[in-house]
Design a protein around this ligand. Structure first.
Ligand SMILES: C[S@@+](CC[C@H](N)C(=O)[O-])C[C@H]1O[C@@H](n2cnc3c(N)ncnc32)[C@H](O)[C@@H]1O
Length: 291
């Protein structure tokens, strides 16, 4: 147990204060089982701030937006991998992209234009996996215009994603032909790292979007990936986020969720393409809200 914890245990009232704040800000519900996680994740910050007590830190985060973001970043799980949940990428390669190619169309009715949203992108492995698959199957030379919007609540992970730089061990997660075609091995001061090549970096842009907020985003996407994010939300904030995600899906688009996330049996106007992959059921322009 850390010094900060020994000198200032978390009272029930303070924990409730953190619970409310984190829920209000991020839609994430800290169950009582998460007490130890909260204490552990802020311990270092409390020491940096001169051994602040958990109660004093709560008052601070309530008043200070930057510190609030820091707290949320510390509490979120940012674990991610390249080509995580491979069957999603297999579905794209086997069915979706060949269909788009056959039509010479993205399905959004706007020619060879593809728009993708990776919501909760963490350090970038997900949007860059998508970039490799899409660029490979939809080449620029054939006029395919691809843009991937990568968003997250945390500015810290977004900054890392923007750098497109990872430890070279992560190369093992990437199929060899994609690795050879799109990743650069660091040399000199970048030894031990791997960087996405310029062709990939040009496809991905980054923006801070809180899925629990009115996102202020515009536009429709042919693919929306929001994987392993909604599991941290309670039912109400999950429903709001799903409505927002579906609202940004083009009528022929697909929504991909994480392996432990499902829309089944919840009244959403969607068709299950395969477990955790959904297509809107409604005619063009309508949002697939709950029935
Ligand atoms: C476990 S990672 C998932 C990364 C990637 N999607 C994947 O499946 O590998 C979850 C990410 O969701 C982000 N997140 C959590 N709450 C969020 C919110 N309210 N709005 C946007 N992003 C959020 C976290 O910052 C974190 O980077």
């Amino acid at each position: 147990m850390s010094e900060a914890v020994q000198s200032s245990p978390l009272t029930e009232r303070e924990f409730k204060g953190y619970q409310r704040l984190v829920y209000r800000e991020a839609g994430i519900w800290l169950s009582p089982a998460k007490k130890a996680l909260l204490v552990g994740r802020v311990a270092r910050r409390l020491r940096e701030l001169g051994r602040l007590s958990l109660g004093a830190y709560l008052r601070r985060v309530e008043e200070d937006e930057a510190e609030r973001l820091r707290l949320l970043e510390a509490l979120c799980t940012h674990e991610t991998h390249f080509f995580r949940e491979p069957r999603h990428f297999e579905l794209l390669e086997r069915e979706v992209l060949p269909r788009w190619r056959a039509r010479g169309d993205t399905g959004s009715g706007e020619g060879r234009r593809v728009r993708v949203w990776s919501a909760g992108c963490s350090t970038g492995e997900e949007p860059f996996s998508l970039a490799m698959v899409l660029r490979h199957h939809l080449p620029a030379a054939e006029g395919w215009d691809i843009q991937i919007l990568a968003t997250d609540l945390s500015t810290c992970v977004l900054e890392r994603a923007r750098q497109a730089l990872w430890p070279v061990e992560k190369a093992e997660e990437i199929p060899k032909h994609y690795l050879r075609a799109y990743m650069l091995r660091g040399v000199g001061s970048q030894e031990g790292r791997m960087k996405a090549g310029p062709e990939l970096r040009a496809l991905v842009r980054f923006q801070r979007v809180n899925l629990n907020d009115d996102d202020g985003m515009v536009g429709r996407f042919d693919l929306v990936f929001c994987r392993n994010v909604l599991i941290y939300f309670d039912a109400a904030s999950r429903a709001r986020a799903v409505e927002r995600l579906l609202g940004h899906l083009s009528p022929h688009g697909l929504l991909f969720l994480g392996h432990a996330e499902s829309l089944s049996g919840q009244g959403w106007q969607v068709r299950t393409v395969m477990p955790t992959v959904y297509a809107p059921r409604l005619p063009a322009g309508e949002v697939a809200r709950r029935g």
